[in-house]
Design a binder for this molecule. Structure first.
Ligand SMILES: C[S@@+](CC[C@H](N)C(=O)[O-])C[C@H]1O[C@@H](n2cnc3c(N)ncnc32)[C@H](O)[C@@H]1O
Length: 243
């Protein structure tokens, strides 16, 4: 079930090695995506179990190995799910955070700076908050804080002000319209990097990525067995935002 079209996993072998897999243990891949990491875990399991979370229902199509117990939920519900199913401890948790290549490549999801699409950016099709909602309704202060914290944009204040001005004139509901609205504050050189940072900030806010991660990390303390391992792969995601 290797699914290169859906997502090419990064740091595959080091992340699997880091889990130090017990063939009879219980593992959770909280970011299943194309299943590239999960399939490697399965190869090392004998009587062990693999539970896979992904809040994107598109990922379900990649669960073609029936040993995977797929949960189409946010990983912030990991502890509840495990408790409900009588699983008190797990031996390893893997998190390959951020967006999959699939999510970037489907224009209708609105993640890519390169193609036009609805200003959506929800990883979960059931999510309530879209990037359009944020751009069209957040206060200037809230927008500024978001671009500053999640996009690390030095001109966060100017970006926020520009969006407030523009949204009086037009409905900013596509990625192209967002780019057009931001033209006056977009640097002439390095515009691609600027837009990648703007999109990253919106994506993190739409999906409440940092809150979900915080909740997950707190839960791992409770559910990991004493010798259990957690693997967290965040840095490559920053690179992938440019993809
Ligand atoms: C970088 S991809 C993972 C790719 C995967 N490791 C592979 O080998 O194909 C991240 C995936 O995690 C999912 N995801 C991100 N945050 C999530 C969350 N809070 N809860 C559930 N799934 C999440 C995304 O929908 C995406 O499919």
């Amino acid at each position: 079930m290797e699914n290169e079209a859906y997502h090419v996993p990064v740091l595959l072998q080091p992340s699997i090695d880091g889990l130090n897999i017990n063939p009879n243990g219980t593992y959770v891949d909280v970011t299943f995506g194309g299943g590239g990491h999960s399939i490697e875990i399965l190869k090392l399991l004998d009587k062990g179990k693999l539970i896979a979370f992904d809040q994107d229902t598109d990922a379900l199509a990649n669960t073609i190995d029936d040993r995977i117990l797929f949960v189409d939920q946010n990983f912030r519900f990991m502890r509840n799910f495990l408790q409900f199913n009588g699983i008190t401890h797990v031996d390893g948790i893997l998190a390959d955070l951020g967006v999959s290549s699939h999510q970037f490549n489907v224009d209708a999801r609105g993640f890519s700076t390169r193609t036009d699409g609805p200003l959506d950016m929800r990883m979960s099709q059931n999510g309530e908050k879209t990037a359009e909602h944020i751009v069209m309704t957040y206060t200037e202060d809230k927008l500024k804080q978001m671009f500053w914290l999640y996009g690390e944009l030095k001109n966060a204040g100017k970006i926020a002000r520009q969006l407030l001005l523009k949204r009086e004139e037009m409905k900013i509901d596509t990625t192209e319209k967002l780019k057009e609205a931001l033209l006056p504050v977009t640097p002439r050189y390095d515009d691609y990097r600027f837009l990648a940072q703007v999109f990253q900030a919106l994506r993190i806010e739409v999906n409440e990525e940092l809150t979900a991660l915080e909740e997950l990390l707190i839960q791992t303390i409770e559910v990991l067995a004493p010798e259990g391992q957690i693997g967290n792969y965040l840095l490559p995601q920053l690179r992938r935002q440019d993809g």
